[in-house]
Design a protein around this ligand. Structure first.
Ligand SMILES: [Zn+2]
Length: 293
């Protein structure tokens, strides 16, 4: 009798989704796509509106992506001033939007806002690259679970179970990554764009300077020579660059200071690094530890 009840309960739990089409979700980045997939499993179909290698702040949104976003049943975004193009999507008023920045722990929120209007992207509301602290995936996926459950209440328990399994795996990995990064603790690095603030904060790297005086603005010759002096003085060994960093700037800094440029991936799903959120950190931590050998 008990077994029969259990079977019925299981059947009832599976039934609502067995006939339901996956929830259509659009995410502004591949990282958010990966996190929505962790929670949503096969109950969601997620499309990213930008590619992992392009400068996320400067992304051109093509008509195909516009159509995807307008069709979506849920749109997930980084928020703050990360996607200056977001309002141009022209989403229907009924589309629910999850702003993941409302769930994440933010850094550099005290940055002056004076340039907010004058430039498209200045981190004027806080540093927007918060997914690069893997601990932020815990509150972000909580926000995702809430949004998905609101839209598909019948699947709420499955979203919860998926998220719990993901957070368990994530915590194990973070412990391992911290062990792998332990020899690099306190290492002084220079970054090109302020993308690595959260990552450095979590894994104990010290960012001596940012080559771009303002996010997205190349350094002047004076700023460049001051930077070179500081790097030599501090014996900086690594320059952390994004894939879209200016190669001439990297070559120049490397040749004048002897520091080694390391291109890290700011987003999941690029190159052969794997498409998952955890793959992103595996890849970057491997790059970093190898660069010092
Ligand atoms: Zn940025």
């Amino acid at each position: 009798m008990h077994r029969l009840l259990l079977m019925l309960a299981l059947w009832a739990a599976v039934l609502p989704t067995a006939f339901a089409a996956p929830l259509q979700v659009a995410a502004t980045t591949t990282d958010l796509k990966a996190l929505v997939e962790e929670v949503g499993g096969d109950m969601v179909q997620v499309q990213a509106l930008t590619s992992p290698l392009q400068d996320p702040h400067a992304a051109e949104i093509k008509p195909a992506q516009l159509a995807l976003a307008r069709r979506a049943e849920l749109v997930v975004r980084i928020g703050l001033d990360h996607e200056p193009w977001f309002s141009r999507l022209g989403l229907p008023a009924r589309t629910p939007v999850l702003d993941a920045s409302r769930h994440a722990r933010l850094l550099q929120t005290e940055t002056p806002r004076l340039r907010l209007e004058s430039r498209s992207h200045t981190h004027a509301l806080g540093n927007t690259h918060y997914w690069l602290d893997p601990f932020n995936a815990i509150p972000i996926t909580e926000g995702i679970e809430q949004s998905l459950s609101r839209l598909r209440p019948a699947d709420a328990l499955r979203f919860k179970a998926n998220r719990e399994a993901f957070v368990r795996r994530l915590r194990e990995r973070i412990e391992r990554w911290q062990q792998e990064m332990a020899p690099l603790r306190g290492l002084k690095v220079v970054v090109v764009h302020d993308s690595w603030t959260y990552f450095a904060d979590r894994f104990g790297l010290t960012i001596l300077a940012t080559a771009e005086p303002m996010p997205g603005v190349p350094p002047s010759p004076q700023e460049l020579s001051a930077l070179v002096d500081r790097m030599k003085q501090a014996k900086v060994k690594l320059i952390l660059a994004d894939p879209h960093a200016n190669p001439a700037l990297l070559r120049l800094l490397a040749s004048r200071t002897g520091a080694r440029p390391v291109t890290l991936l700011p987003s999941a799903g690029a190159e052969s690094a794997g498409s998952g959120y955890l793959d992103l950190f595996n890849h970057n931590i491997r790059r970093l530890t190898e660069a010092l050998h």
